[in-house]
Each structure stands twice: as structure tokens, then as C-alpha cells.
Ligand binder design. Sequence first.
Ligand code: ZN
Ligand code: ZN
Length: 183
Amino acid sequence: MEFLVSELEREPIDFDLELAPGAVDFSDEAEQVGPLAAAGRAEVLHEHRGPRDIVADIRLRGRFAGKFEVPCARCVEPVEIPLAAEFDLIYRPVDADSEAPERSITAPETEIGYYLNDSLLLEDVLREQVLLSLPVRTLCKPDCKGLCPRCGENRNTEACTCDEGQTDPRWEALAGLRSRIKS
Ligand SMILES: [Zn+2]
Ligand SMILES: [Zn+2]
């Protein structure tokens, strides 16, 4: 969904939609499972910087909710995580701050982004918001045993016949390194 400043200048646009997987490109960071719901309002806010210097900002407020799959940090099996968040964002024309950045107003409560060519794509905003709300590290379960550093077997499902000497996951990297030096 594209917001055009010229249209927003006439009246705010309310949106309430569901995006199918693939509509937003999350690259390899997360896979969307099922529809991604997004609802909110886009409107223009005019920044009066001077009598002839009026900047048309787009304010985008709303929320999204959807399910995503990310790889477990230890065993790389996909883990389904529900994500939902609210956002309240300001987008400025990309050239508005280039000449006099020191004049730009600061709005600590809102994040500032930039839009190009008088248009803002909801899909781009959602991609950013979803990626920002992803947990830094996801585990399939708190005690995930991870992959065997020697044979690569998923230790949650397969008992491999490698040396069981070190099972503390903190030693995995060291054990893997040692086996590489030996071979
Ligand atoms: Zn795991
Ligand atoms: Zn093994």
C-alpha cells in the first residue's frame, strides 16, 4: 500500500488490511507465517520552519500483528514466534534535512524516517518494524541441546555416537575447534 503525500494532503488515510506472506520481503531474517495484519492512520503534518519553508511530514500511526518463523540460535530449526507491536512514526522528505540539519526539530518520542519522491510504502515500514521487534536470540526451547559440533546432528532428536565428554554448550565451540585441529 502506497501513501502519496498529495493524497494525504487532502485527508488522512485509514488503513486496515492483511498482507499475505511474500508481500513484504523479510529476506533471511524471518519468515512470515500466515497473514500479517496492519491497521492505523497516515496523515500529513506540516512543519513550519519559516514563512516559505514548510515541510510535509508523514505521520504513520498503527499496529501490526503476525506470526513469524526464525531459526533457533542453537539448532537452526524454525521457531514460530508471534509478533505484535504499535508504532508512531514520522517520515520527512529525504531532502528536508540535508541543507540545515541543525534546524531540524527533535522529537524524542517519535522515530524519524525519510521518504522519497512524495510516497511512502506501508510494506517498507512494516518490514522495518517487524525486524526491529524480532528478539535478538530465539531458542526452540530453553534447554535446546543444539547441533553436535562434530557430526552436525540435531541433538534434540538424534543421539549421535560422537564423544560425550563435553556436553556443556559453552564448550561446544572449543570442542569443535579441537576436533578440527586433530583431523
Ligand atoms: Zn533449538
Ligand atoms: Zn555428533
